[in-house]
Design a protein around this ligand. Structure first.
Ligand code: PMV
Length: 363
């Protein structure tokens, strides 16, 4: 390469780094619930096994980012979470921004202020890191687009990669109704770096409901980071990897062909396996409450009796997610209202299509 070419590249880079624009961009992004669970990772947020999730619609984070690019001293000036300054979140986001600056060279010369609000209750068994990090990744991608720095040939992969580095499951919230993250031979375009849409599912699965049965509102007993760490030395690690691949294959086949019984059996097997893995790990966290177990028994018994298509799953907590197709809606709502068990709340949600832009203002 000639010296002149090198000089031109240097000039272009610097011109681009100093391009000064400012504005406010806002995205709303939903949470998701995993049907095949992501539990265990290696390297830098690389999943131990592939996972598949249902994107929710109603439980969302609404995030606004005020930005000013091309300044001398960039950085994250302020983070407001549900209207309050949060130094914890600010330092978490600060290190995430540092990581993603590797492929966003304009970030160190950009000043940012972030405001994020969740429209669902805290500690209700709904992953707020998935909705929050995916909304924020969309905002950052939006700024990159304004700077002509979003790779237009694969914007979802680029944004998913960013979201994943903030919180693994966040890359599964960008689109919907179902997302797969992690390498598998079952889907050609699947990747460890970002999630891809699972489309062409049978009409039975195109619109699923998820009612979250809230039985406990304590903050998470085990952080995601510590939880994933429990898989590093887990005695069942390699068996879990095989099981996740096997369950993913079966789940995908069931979703393509409309096979509810297989769907139900895989989804519940995954939920119980996630908790069994936790309980059988070194520190043995037991996240269920008595009412979690009572609800599982009750749901299985009434399903057997009334032959209702429904399946429960659990996140890393005590609350249940009850999934059912549209045709079972009235029956399920009825049985929940009349159940002989207590719940603190029922939160009703359903399949959604992921993140959406709410505002994009440039003065
Ligand atoms: O994305 P993280 O690091 O919060 O991990 C999510 C882990 C589970 O919610 C338990 C399972 C999953 O696949 O979402």
């Amino acid at each position: 390469m000639t010296l002149l070419k090198l000089f031109l590249i240097f000039l272009l880079q610097n011109l681009f780094l100093m391009k000064e624009i400012q504005g406010t961009i806002g995205y709303s992004s939903p949470s998701n619930i995993a049907l095949v669970k992501y539990w265990g990772k290696h390297g830098f947020q690389v999943p131990m096994n592939p996972s598949l999730s249902m994107t929710l619609e109603n439980c969302r984070s609404n995030t606004r980012v005020h930005y000013h690019t091309g300044v001398e001293q960039g950085g994250l000036e302020q983070v407001l979470f549900n209207g309050q300054e949060s130094s914890d979140l600010q330092s978490k986001l600060g290190s995430w921004l540092e990581h993603i600056s590797v492929f966003l060279p304009w970030l160190p010369t950009t000043r940012l202020r972030v405001e994020t609000v969740n429209n669902f209750p805290h500690a209700a068994g709904i992953a707020s890191s998935a909705s929050g990090m995916s909304a924020l990744a969309m905002c950052i991608a939006g700024i990159a687009r304004h700077l002509g720095q979003l790779p237009e040939s694969h914007p979802w992969a680029f944004t998913g990669h960013m979201a994943r580095l903030g919180s693994g499951s966040a890359c599964r919230s960008l689109q919907g109704p179902y997302m797969l993250w992690g390498q598998t031979h079952a889907l050609e375009n699947a990747s460890d770096e970002y999630a891809v849409v699972v489309d062409q599912v049978h009409p039975l699965f195109q619109h699923l409901h998820d009612t979250i049965i809230v039985v406990d509102q304590q903050p998470k007993a085990v952080s995601s980071r510590a939880g994933h760490g429990l898989m590093d030395m887990h005695p069942y690690r390699s068996a879990r990897i095989s099981q996740a691949h096997y369950n993913l294959d079966r789940l995908l086949q069931a979703m393509y062909s409309g096979d509810w019984p297989v769907f139900e059996s895989v989804v519940e097997n995954e939920a119980l396996s996630l908790h069994a893995l936790m309980m059988s790990s070194e520190q043995g966290p037991l996240l269920w409450k008595g009412s979690t177990v009572e609800w599982m028994h009750y749901l299985r018994a009434i399903r057997r009796e009334l032959q209702i298509p429904m399946a429960f799953t659990l996140d890393a907590g005590a609350n249940l997610h009850l999934l059912y197709p549209d045709e079972a809606r009235h029956q399920v709502l009825d049985l929940l209202q009349n159940a002989p068990l207590a719940a603190l709340d029922f939160i009703h949600d359903h399949t959604g299509m992921g993140a959406r832009c709410e505002s994009d203002d440039r003065p």
